[in-house]
Design a protein around this ligand. Structure first.
Ligand code: B12
Ligand code: SF4
Length: 493
């Protein structure tokens, strides 16, 4: 029988996120939602601490009874180090998350118990077993539902440390099966796409303070009936929100319109590649035969900004892929683009296939951040791929490209929003670094909300009334900011 009085939840960070010299904004965007979800299963009288190394220095001198650590691929080595540290101090250590699910045998020596897959059903079972002294070395998720979950312990989240404390997920997984995606591996052994009950999702939204929400769901429109009911329920709540959806779902029906009227202002869209063969090779059937132009037109007409996601290094790619993709993205007027170097995550079909062909060049997981070439590409050398990727970021976020892409919209307000949003993320990294250091991120939230304000569907030449002066001042180019090197990593927003 194990007596548990103090529990510590830790989200370890990759080295880059903890640099004393530079704090990229992307690591201060979202709180550790998965850990706050698990914390809800503990008795309220248990002493809980939740630490996110992306935004604070970890206190490693304490002695919790139970330590729960979330492991992603790029924080895996750090997670194992922390786990070993706490085990040496006598704490019971549990590891779970995406990387543990992909490589349980790698994680197991660092933990008393490991968890495979989502934790909503295995974690409460483990807590019961632990109390009874019958805990297992390994738990595997097979029951998959989001019904009747306890409310996420958002009180444990230090909201002021994040630009977007209101991150939320109302579904898990995705109905599609792209070969490079984490999701088929992570959700194997049970359902790989399921949603909350609409009323529960609306209740969770209603509990969130402020206006802005970010849905981290892999595919917010994945279940059209659920999505439609959710957005209808959100109408009148006065929210502005962002999320992600697939190309086909944007063209399919009226869900995107419902989303826009509920407050959807920017959407992450997985275009991935302009090549038909590469789409087929990646199992991205939902994009095949769909007009990307139509997708852009539809979102544009609803005033929804687009963050396009693209992958370089697919087997059909040659040196032309970089200018072709960037030219298209700029001309189409995408507000932001997230470029990735193809990365075969362990546990994916892509990894299995590449390993079978001996194409995996390194298993140093620190490099699996989609900014490094970790496999042998076919139509390009690794150096060409890395150089082309770096060039794509530089070319897309040049001032000339930002102006050109912004001018693709019909309405002046949309153009201005595009300009501020795009320049804000990529041209003002030093300003973000400064704001993070002086712990004033929450002051930036009204500005983000203003940029996400509504654009009327019809063309208008009136300048936006609700873009505050602060925003205009903040984003006015200065010689030093113009010279700032572009941060070449991917931004999730
Ligand atoms: C938000 C997000 C981020 C945020 C913040 C992460 C955070 N604060 O948690 C930021 C922007 C920092 C980020 C950065 C990166 N991310 Co990211 N991110 C996500 C995203 C979109 C959502 C995560 C989330 O909140 N999910 C919802 C919650 C409820 O689920 P969860 O966190 O997985 O937690 C559940 C389970 O995993 C499990 N669980 C987790 N830990 C534990 C521990 C125990 C003991 C137990 C029992 C259970 C358990 O239980 C929880 C409840 O079910 C995911 C995609 C996805 N859908 O997961 C990608 C994802 C996790 N990111 C990914 C990557 C690659 C990155 C980057 C390397 C990208 C880059 N190029 O910069 C960086 C570096 C990350 C790092 N720290 O090392 C990959 C990870 C692949 C992998 N195999 O690890 C994913 C899957 C995206 C993808 N499609 O490839 N990311
Ligand atoms: S559509 Fe996106 S989330 Fe769904 S399987 Fe493909 S890459 Fe993964």
């Amino acid at each position: 029988m194990q007596s548990i009085r103090r529990v510590k939840f830790i989200l370890p960070a990759l080295t880059e996120a903890t640099s004393p010299y530079w704090r990229p904004i992307k690591y201060s965007l979202f709180p550790p939602l998965g850990l706050a979800t698990l914390a809800a299963y503990l008795d309220p009288d248990i002493e809980i601490s939740l630490q996110d190394e992306h935004v604070e220095k970890l206190d490693l001198n304490d002695q919790p009874d139970l330590v729960i650590i979330q492991v992603y691929i790029t924080n895996a080595y750090r997670a194992y180090q922390i786990a070993d540290h706490y085990r040496a101090r006598g704490s019971y250590v549990a590891l779970g998350g995406l990387h543990v699910t992909s490589l349980p045998d790698e994680a197991a020596p660092h933990a008393d118990t490991i968890f495979i897959g989502p934790g909503e059903h295995t974690f409460p079972q483990f807590l019961q077993d632990l109390a009874a002294g019958t805990q297992q070395r390994r738990y595997e998720s097979s029951v998959r539902t989001l019904e009747g979950l306890p409310p996420i312990r958002r009180d444990l989240i230090q909201r002021h440390r994040y630009l977007v404390p209101n991150s939320i997920v109302v579904s898990r997984g995705c109905p599609h099966h792209c070969t490079f995606c984490y999701k088929d591996g992570f959700f194997s052994g049970g359902r790989s796409f399921y949603t909350q009950v609409v009323d529960d999702a609306l209740a969770e939204i209603a509990r969130l303070p402020g206006r802005h929400l970010y849905f981290l769901d892999d595919h917010l429109f994945g279940n059209p009936r659920f999505a439609r009911d959710l957005f209808r329920g959100m109408k009148g709540m006065g929210r502005v929100f962002q999320g992600a959806a697939t190309v086909d779902s944007i063209l399919r029906d009226d869900v995107v319109e419902e989303a826009a009227s509920a407050g959807l202002r920017s959407l992450f869209v997985g275009f991935e590649t302009l090549s038909r063969d590469s789409l087929a090779g990646a199992g991205k059937r939902q994009n095949l035969g769909r007009s990307y132009r139509e997708v852009v037109k539809r979102l544009d007409s609803l005033g929804i900004m687009i963050n396009g996601s693209f992958v370089f290094g697919l087997d059909g790619d040659d040196r032309d892929v970089f200018p072709r993709t960037v030219d298209w993205a700029v001309q189409a007027g995408l507000t932001t683009s997230t470029f990735h170097i193809l990365t075969p995550y362990p546990g994916t079909a892509l990894f299995t296939e590449m390993a079978a062909r001996d194409r995996i060049e390194t298993r140093n997981w620190d490099l699996y951040d989609t900014r490094n070439v970790v496999y042998r590409p076919l139509g390009l050398t690794p150096e060409e791929l890395k150089r082309g990727y770096d060039w794509a970021y530089e070319a897309f976020y040049r001032w000339g490209s930002i102006f050109e892409a912004a001018s693709a919209h019909r309405s002046v307000k949309h153009r201005l929003k595009h300009f501020f949003y795009s320049a804000g993320w990529k041209k003002f990294e030093p300003a973000w670094d400064f704001v993070i250091r002086i712990k004033q991120l929450s002051q930036m939230r009204p500005i983000l909300e203003a940029v996400l304000s509504r654009v009327a569907a019809s063309a208008t030449n009136n300048p936006p009334e609700d873009l505050p002066q602060r925003l205009i001042e903040l984003t006015r180019p200065t010689p030093s900011s113009l010279d700032t090197a572009i941060e070449k990593s991917s931004a999730p927003l």
